[in-house]
Design a protein around this ligand. Structure first.
Ligand code: ADP
Ligand code: ASP
Ligand code: MG
Length: 408
């Protein structure tokens, strides 16, 4: 008998019928004699609808009120699932984030969990109850409700699994596992039997929306046994663990992609020791996330700097850079929109030179120009025009023979 955390995403709880189906999946675990904590998302597209309602009222909603609004979505699901389980004769208690003791840093919209007070949870588990926790939300030390960022229910689940020392954390979703790339975009995508924490962290950070990056971070740091699996089909999913089982002699295990990227170029920047720190400190102070950075010096002794950002941040970046033009001391600004980032990920890259070369060769052979590049030990990312994103993913998937991996 152990503790199991099960998490069900939006589509999986998208209707009352599906909630009853989820109750059945929970009952399967309690029937085995396990203690169960269930984390749920808001039903279907509820969070998007709430965001749109706020947009109908204001263009710049207060971040505090957005958290008040968005945290209601999950509260609907916990109560309905609790009722569905009670209908099956199972003792339950539903908890919002704060009732579950989930304490976050004082940041609205994208808060990190700093600790979980598990007393109430442990008491209820001891009393034999199934606990149903609202995902994606927490509370600050000062009693303010916060949310964890879109897709954050995964993080609630893994953090609870870590805090309760659960035997396993199962993430139930609308696909049967983690695939070599998004199966909704690429028909040839294959389900992986296992992925290492490090590979999954890269994939999640590089756009594979199947898991929230912070959930993978928690799983890695606390060695939580994680499985991504289907809430509809009863088949094995993908295990995320320390070292992935090597399936054949593979170098690349997945392709991730992300659109809505803008490349900003700052021309004629004074080539002083502090110019880079000034520019990036100014952007950071304005909460603008910068991804890839490239700098080159000119014959005139100035520097040209390019960096990529999410397109949503473009107007604000422009304002910040123009407002600080004098302090930053550059000549001209330039921007290229409608870009995308395509990345290949795999721990086999560490010991296999030539992976980046092959990636560029394949993209060039398909007339796809690379605008920016970034690498780590286990990934290579290339920024390309958005209109070539899908094609780039497909040709890389083929070139690295990912359709020979895993299962359908
Ligand atoms: P949930 O609501 O259950 O949290 P999400 O929509 O957040 O579900 O995540 C599941 C989706 O992630 C899938 O429907 C799929 O389109 C997308 N996805 C992106 N990359 C991958 C990948 N490599 N493997 C599986 N799914 C992926
Ligand atoms: N409901 C939130 C969202 O749609 C959190 C989640 O589903 O994980 O982003
Ligand atoms: Mg999700």
């Amino acid at each position: 008998m152990g503790i199991i955390v099960q998490k069900f995403g939006g589509t999986s709880v998208g209707s009352t019928e599906r909630i009853v189906n989820v109750a059945e999946r929970v009952k399967e675990e309690t029937d085995k004699g396990n203690h169960v904590v269930v984390v749920v998302s808001a039903m279907g597209k509820t969070t998007d609808q709430l965001v749109n309602m706020a947009k109908e009222i204001t263009t710049i909603p207060s971040k505090r009120e957005m958290d008040m609004l968005l945290s209601t979505g999950e509260q609907v699901t916990i109560s309905l699932l609790s009722m569905a389980l009670q209908e099956k004769g199972i003792q339950t208690v539903s908890y919002t984030g704060w009732q579950a003791g989930i304490i976050t840093e004082p940041v609205h919209g994208n808060a990190r969990i700093i600790k979980i007070n598990t007393e109430a949870l442990e008491e209820q588990l001891k009393a034999g109850k199934v606990i149903i926790v609202a995902g994606f939300q927490g509370i600050t030390e000062n009693g303010e409700i916060t949310t964890l960022g879109r897709g954050g229910s995964d993080t609630t689940a893994v953090a609870l699994a870590a805090a309760l020392k659960a035997d396993k954390c199962d993430i139930y979703t609308d696909v049967t596992g983690v695939f070599t790339t998004d199966p909704r975009y690429v028909k040839k995508a294959r389900k992986l039997l296992s992925v290492s924490y490090d590979e999954m962290l890269e994939l999640a950070n590089l756009g594979a929306g199947v898991l929230h990056p912070r959930a993978v971070e928690f799983a890695k740091n606390y060695q939580v046994r994680l499985e991504v699996r289907s809430s509809m089909e009863r088949v094995n999913g993908t295990i995320i663990e320390g070292e992935a089982t090597l399936e054949q002699n593979l170098v690349v295990r997945g392709v991730a992609f992300e659109d809505e990227i803008t490349k900003v170029t700052v021309l004629g920047l004074q080539n002083s020791l502090t110019s880079l720190s000034t520019i990036f400190t100014t952007l950071a102070q304005n909460q603008i996330n910068v991804d890839i950075i490239i700098q080159s010096t000119t014959e005139a002794g100035t520097a040209n700097l390019s960096f990529s950002i999410h397109t949503d941040d473009w107007l604000e970046t422009l304002n910040v850079l123009e407002d600080h033009k004098e302090k930053l001391g550059y000549e001209q600004l330039d921007a290229e929109n409608k870009l995308a980032k395509v990345s290949i990920v795999g721990s086999g890259m560490i010991s296999n030179p030539g992976v980046a070369a092959k990636m560029f060769e394949v993209l060039a052979a398909n007339n796809i120009a690379v605008k920016m590049v970034s690498t780590s030990e286990i990934k290579v990312s290339a920024v390309v025009e958005e209109r070539y994103m899908q094609k780039a993913v497909e040709v890389l998937h083929d070139a690295f023979e990912l359709d020979a991996l895993g299962v359908h």
